[in-house]
Design a protein around this ligand. Structure first.
Ligand code: K1U
Ligand code: ZN
Length: 175
């Protein structure tokens, strides 16, 4: 088990564009396992490789109550989007304790490779559909706060900077 450090907004590495995985090998499977451990430990419902500073098109999601039904998406593509749009509250492990509303398609069909390297398609709705769209944005270097107004974004930036300063001060105090 390995827990990976999660990049915090506004780290510029969160804006990098991930590249396609060309072979689902042991290294990719190791990354998936570490991402699952990291997502479960952080109590998130999703995680994109970008958030752990790995710029490959890999996503893990688990929106189940039991937290034992991971959805692994390698090289995901959305092949169908509902016409229906929903406005829902989102959070992000890279922007801790900040929640705001974002518009998303209420259902999507995603095509991807699984951890065995086979192509599959899955139609998802509700929180899983929101999560797929949120995580796919991460692979394109986009964080959900970029959908918010410049004023809200600026407030979030200064809150995050203040929090980081306080944490650094606390660490120096302990050392
Ligand atoms: O950082 C991430 O990308 C994971 C993120 C996924 C997500 C949650 C909710 C809406 C969109 C995307 C999280 O897991 S945030 C923390 C969380 O567990 C959560 C937050 C709001 C609703 C449900 C779960
Ligand atoms: Zn996120």
């Amino acid at each position: 088990m390995a827990l990976l450090p999660i990049l915090r907004y506004p780290d510029p590495r969160l804006n990098k564009i991930a590249t396609a995985v060309d072979e689902v090998d042991a290294r990719v499977r190791r990354l998936i396992d570490d991402m699952l451990d990291t997502m479960y430990a952080a109590e998130g419902v999703g995680l994109a490789a970008t958030q752990v500073d790995e710029h490959r098109r890999v996503i893990v999601i688990d929106t189940s109550e039991e937290r034992r039904s991971p959805l692994i998406l390698i090289n995901p593509e959305i092949v169908w989007r509902s016409a229906d749009i929903v406005l829902g509250e989102e959070g992000c492990l890279s922007v801790p304790a900040i929640y705001d509303k974002v518009e998303r398609h209420s259902a999507v069909t995603v095509r991807a490779l699984d951890r065995g390297g086979s192509t599959f398609e899955r139609r998802v709705e509700g929180l899983t559909a929101v999560c797929v769209q949120h995580e796919m944005d991460h692979l394109l270097g986009k964080v959900f706060v970029e959908y918010l107004s410049p004023l809200k974004r600026e407030r979030i930036r200064s809150k995050m900077a203040k929090r980081t300063r306080e944490e650094q001060q606390e660490q120096r105090h302990r050392a």
